[in-house]
Design a protein around this ligand. Structure first.
Ligand SMILES: O=P(O)(O)OC[C@H](O)CO
Length: 763
């Protein structure tokens, strides 16, 4: 491990297993840390060293034929169709259909149901084979290398992946979903390293001419965005087919890939996981159909999104559906634009069995998954929450699957490499909203990179900072940033962000990737400012506070934002983590003890007081009789130290990390207070809220225009429901929303408003 520590100072090794999985963690050997270099997949020179002239003229073709894939990809249709669960579902559906069409021929009904089920399976399943894979690999290599500069992976991570894939158990790839390109990149990459490609669950919105064939040949199978065709009526056959198809693939030892977050992130932040297919995988393991599976969280970082931006949707306009012509148009567009590089990070594979064992022991109060056929349909999400939908094992805890999902998303988020566009947008939105000259920006970027690495996170670019900034600004384009001469110094370039709607949403999309690095510190910083603010003068740092007050407030903020972020892996204790963060912040003297002499404790004072408290500590005394006179220690009081410029800057920075996010919550809270008088459809309420927030932005009444993004506001509404401010219920196909009728709802709302305002306070 000494080696790993040395390397840590150069390039952090991201994605190692959590300490809750000690057996899986052991598989990271020194060899893996030795393989620290990055590899660009498009760089074929290493493979062509011993090749002849003709082979070097056609490098991609040569590489394609060098591959020696011996993997066989089975067709599991017959196993699915003869599975008892599927036969029972057909029988059950026939009975229901017959009871609705009394008098009709039973046999004819059953035959038509069987025919329909076969058609559904054919439409769903992937169809791949050795030769077609080779051809698809050649095609993708040729096309991807035309519009991407580099596709970078970490050799150590690939080594861990190859090791896991060599075992005879399924590998489950779980990437964060950022782009439609995610679907093929993982298969393309693992094929490149001679690893079995996964079967990939794709939404049926991508089942469009030509592209569906390409996806199927590369292991894609299509699942409905909504499991049931008729809302409120469970399509038993479809659910059973999907469940059994996945189960049979796993039984055959096939690799699987799906997106635990559901759709692509619209904000650049990770979203909370859906149980869905994860519960099927977990159940297959719990039931003993497979001995184990390797879980591999994956993160793909794009310099620039290939699918365009989500500005239209963030403005409240409906999503334009995918179609063949739109896809062709997008591809033509791709060839005339620059998309920079892509970095892929694979976290250390961990054993599903180990996770289930460890968490079964520690998670006593989990409840069983509801598999009753009458459980209400999930109306708010366009993604099926399959935990209750297709999983049928009472042996499986809902809590464990939820924890597994959160663990995966947290790990994948923490192993996301940050690209130059992410850092530039983050700095422009947090520190330089009025613009910055290249020198300032380069310096800030250098400091930011150092901090990111100190937090154990890697960056996805190299070289000089000002080159990286030029590259990022070029990729972002003139709609997002403007470059002009600095009015004070005509020799220096100034970069300014476009903060107008809707472009600011795209800037925020890239910038939001950085939030996860500073998230916990930012929460604690907000708590410090809130508790140390004098309500009369409203200025910060005047009140003496205790560590306990800060931690409790920080925990409350985490609760408010619990639908927004996964703060810690579910195996960790939030209070302990917050307290560690506070201790770290205190090392940089953000808080001080007012000695009454207007001085802060210096290092020797602190050592002295530490020694003194250790000397008088009764904790080590053997004699229990002393405990009779024991009095709980009086909590120490601290003040926020804003006299030092560097501390002020640090606090400002930490507050700015979550400022736009908190403004979304603030706007929502104020709108609920003013406008929610009667019950109304949730969709309508969100539409009105988005309209209100946009008008506030246009009237320059918002500090952060990006806070009015539709996606952010939707999460806020969800959060206020969870917090007990709003209540919602389903009526027919509609989700109805209203204010909770409790007597203290308004008081709670005002309390949240005050708390959220802490981030906008002037230091
Ligand atoms: O982000 P969405 O909602 O367009 O869905 C993306 C999924 O990849 C569709 O399968």
């Amino acid at each position: 491990m000494v080696l790993a520590k040395d390397i840590q100072t150069i390039r952090p090794f991201m994605g190692l297993c959590c300490s809750c999985l000690p057996i899986s963690k052991q598989t990271a050997t020194v060899d893996i840390f030795n393989q620290n270099g990055l590899h660009n997949i498009f760089d074929l020179k290493p493979f062509l060293r011993d090749s002849g002239w003709i082979q070097r003229r056609f490098p991609i073709l040569t590489r394609t034929f060098q591959m020696n894939h011996q993997h066989h990809y089975p067709d599991v249709s017959i196993a699915v169709f003869t599975n008892n669960r599927v036969l029972e579902a057909i029988q059950k559906t026939s009975v229901i259909t017959y009871s609705r069409n009394a008098g009709k021929d039973t046999r004819a009904i059953q035959e038509s149901i069987i025919k329909g089920a076969k058609k559904t399976l054919i439409k769903m399943k992937a169809s791949t084979g050795a030769w077609i894979l080779r051809l698809t690999f050649w095609f993708l290599h040729s096309v991807l290398s035309l519009f991407l500069k580099k596709l970078i992976v970490h050799r150590g991570q690939i080594l861990m992946l190859q090791e896991a894939a060599s075992k005879k158990i399924p590998v489950i790839y779980l990437p964060l979903h950022r782009s439609h390109l995610d679907y093929i990149l993982i298969s393309f990459l693992v094929y490149n390293y001679n690893v079995r490609i996964p079967y990939v669950a794709a939404g049926d919105n991508l089942d469009i001419a030509f592209f569906n064939k390409l996806l199927r040949k590369f292991g894609g199978f299509f699942i409905r965005r909504r499991l049931d065709k008729v809302p409120g009526e469970k399509d038993i056959i479809y659910r059973t087919l999907l469940h059994t198809y996945v189960e049979e693939l796993l039984k055959q030892g096939e690799a699987l890939e799906f997106f635990v977050e559901g759709g692509r992130s619209r904000s650049g932040k990770s979203t909370l996981p859906k149980g869905g297919l994860l519960s099927v995988v977990a159940e297959t393991c719990v039931k003993g159909h497979i001995p184990d599976a390797y879980i591999v969280p994956v993160s793909i970082s794009y310099d620039k999104l290939i699918d365009g931006n989500f500005c239209r949707e963030q403005m409240g306009l409906p999503k334009v559906s995918e179609s063949f012509f739109r896809a062709v148009k997008a591809i033509i567009n791709v060839f005339i634009s620059d998309y920079g590089s892509v970095r892929m990070d694979f976290a250390q594979p961990f054993s599903l069995k180990e996770f289930l064992d460890v968490h079964k022991r520690s998670d006593g109060d989990s409840t069983c998954i509801d598999v009753t056929p009458d459980s209400p349909p999930n109306m708010t999400s366009s993604y099926p929450n399959l935990t209750s939908a297709i999983c049928a094992s009472p042996d499986l805890d809902r809590g464990i699957v939820e924890n597994l999902g959160k663990h995966i998303v947290h790990t994948a988020t923490q192993c996301t490499a940050l690209m130059s566009t992410h850092l530039v947008c983050f700095l422009l939105l947090t520190k330089y909203r009025n613009g910055a000259n290249i020198n300032e920006l380069s310096l800030s970027m250098k400091i930011l990179v150092k901090e990111i690495r100190e937090h154990g996170r890697d960056i996805g670019f190299s070289g000089d900072m000002s080159d990286a900034i030029h590259n990022a600004v070029g990729l972002l384009g003139s709609k997002l940033t403007s470059v002009e001469m600095d009015s004070k110094n005509q020799n220096i370039l100034m970069v300014k962000p476009n903060l107008n709607l809707p472009h600011v949403f795209e800037l925020a999309y890239y910038g939001n990737n950085v939030i996860s690095v500073f998230l916990m510190e930012s929460i604690v910083a907000i708590a410090i400012v809130y508790v140390s603010k004098n309500p009369k003068t409203k200025s910060s740092g005047e009140i003496e506070v205790t560590k306990e007050e800060i931690i409790e407030t920080a925990a409350e903020i985490c609760n408010i934002l619990s639908q927004e972020f996964i703060f810690i892996p579910p195996c960790k204790n939030l209070m302990e983590e917050l307290s560690d963060i506070l201790e770290k912040l205190m090392i940089s003297e953000i808080l001080y003890q007012d000695t009454g002499f207007g001085e802060m404790l210096n290092e020797s004072d602190r050592n002295w007081s530490r020694n003194l408290s250790a000397a008088v500590s009764w904790a080590d005394e053997d004699d229990e009789e002393y405990d009779f006179g024991y009095e709980a220690p009086v909590p120490q009081k601290f003040k926020l130290n804003l006299t030092r410029e560097d501390i002020q800057q640090k606090m400002k920075f930490l507050l700015s990390v979550l400022a736009s996010c908190c403004e979304s919550y603030l706007t929502t809270a104020k709108y609920i207070d003013v406008s929610l008088k009667t019950e109304l459809a949730e969709d309508d309420f969100i539409k009105h809220l988005n309209h209100f927030a946009k008008s506030q932005a246009r009237g320059s009444k918002l500090e952060y225009n990006e806070s009015c993004a539709l996606d952010s506001l939707k999460v806020c509404v969800k959060s206020f429901s969870k917090l007990g401010i709003l209540e919602s219920y389903t009526a027919g196909n509609l989700r109805i929303l209203g204010l909770q009728s409790d007597f203290d709802t308004k008081d709670k709302l005002f309390h949240y408003i005050k708390l959220l305002e802490a981030v906008t306070v002037k230091l």
